[in-house]
Ligand binder design. Structure first.
Ligand SMILES: NC(=O)c1ccc[n+]([C@@H]2O[C@H](COP(=O)([O-])OP(=O)(O)OC[C@H]3O[C@@H](n4cnc5c(N)ncnc54)[C@H](O)[C@@H]3O)[C@@H](O)[C@H]2O)c1
Length: 255
């Protein structure tokens, strides 16, 4: 008997933030599982690097350079992807993050806007652009990245990020309700501390030790350990799951 799970053969998958970290890991795994992958990112060099790496492995990928805080550019990028692959099955929204810690009262208004826009407004733009392309097929998977920062544990000094990632959960539930009748599921994944280039650079050795001590599994997360659960939520097998937040945090926060 030939049973193939997490098979994305002939599916068109967009991964935002695919130039690095969790997004890069997702893009590579989707390609290995048969998908045509669009690596979508504002970072042209990073997106090109990941696309080339996937092709060298024999996968099917192309890159799309776009600022997801720009509505017209986001819509054009999604339409271009759909025109190229003639379908759109999956969107994983991993673009976002925050550049540095800042306290609530010292957070400049522009910094607040930048973080909220790149994490939350971008998700709205993506939904608004992708859903009309999915509805005619009666099928779609949308998975977005939230954070343990808003799952019963508090990262101090990232108020913009915590607000944006809480907003992501609200929008996930709204979208799941509205899009369910169209066969489109919408879910969120909330990672703990993942070893990605950006967060590795932000963490001091003391902070790493503190996280390890407060995590029942006793270590930080590898990017692939978040990517595999994301692939599951994007698979045909996850057909009855929508509106959930999947915690991938080594037990660091339990709800
Ligand atoms: N790394 C962690 O520990 C961790 C923990 C919890 C949640 N997350 C979330 O997971 C996601 C991925 O995090 P990461 O650390 O792997 O990567 P990251 O945050 O370093 O990279 C995100 C990518 O998004 C891209 N990006 C940012 N703004 C963009 C925009 N306006 N338009 C297009 N692309 C844009 C960047 O160029 C980058 O390639 C983020 O949403 C982050 O908030 C990460």
């Amino acid at each position: 008997m030939n049973i193939s799970v997490l098979d994305f053969t002939q599916q068109s998958v967009v991964v935002t933030g695919g130039a690095t970290g969790i997004g890069e890991s997702c893009a590579r795994l989707f390609a290995r599982r048969g998908a045509t992958v669009t690596v979508m990112d504002i970072d042209a060099k990073g997106a090109e690097r990941v696309t080339t790496a996937i092709r060298e492995e024999g996968g099917d990928a192309c890159c799309s350079v776009v600022d997801l805080t720009d509505w017209s550019a986001t819509r054009a990028a999604l339409e271009e992807c759909h025109g190229r692959t003639q379908r759109l099955d999956v969107v994983v929204h991993s673009a976002g993050g925050f550049p540095r810690y800042v306290s609530l009262m010292e957070c400049p208004v522009e910094t607040w806007d930048g973080v909220v826009d790149s994490n939350l407004k971008s998700m709205f733009h993506l939904l608004k652009a992708a859903v009309p392309l999915m509805i005619p097929a009666g099928y779609g998977r949308f998975v977005t990245l939230s954070s343990m920062a808003v799952r019963g544990s508090t990262i101090v000094s990232a108020p913009h990020y915590a607000a944006a990632k809480a907003g992501v959960l609200g929008l996930t539930r709204q979208a799941a309700r509205v899009l369910g009748p169209h066969g489109i599921t919408v879910n969120a994944v909330a990672p703990g501390s993942v070893k990605t280039p950006r967060t590795n650079a932000m963490r001091t050795p003391e902070a790493t030790r503190r996280i390890e001590q407060n995590t029942p599994l006793g270590r930080l997360c590898e990017p692939e350990e978040v990517a595999w659960p994301i692939l599951f939520l994007c698979s045909r097998e996850a057909s009855y799951i929508t509106g959930v937040t999947l915690d991938v945090n080594g037990g660091g926060a339990m709800s």
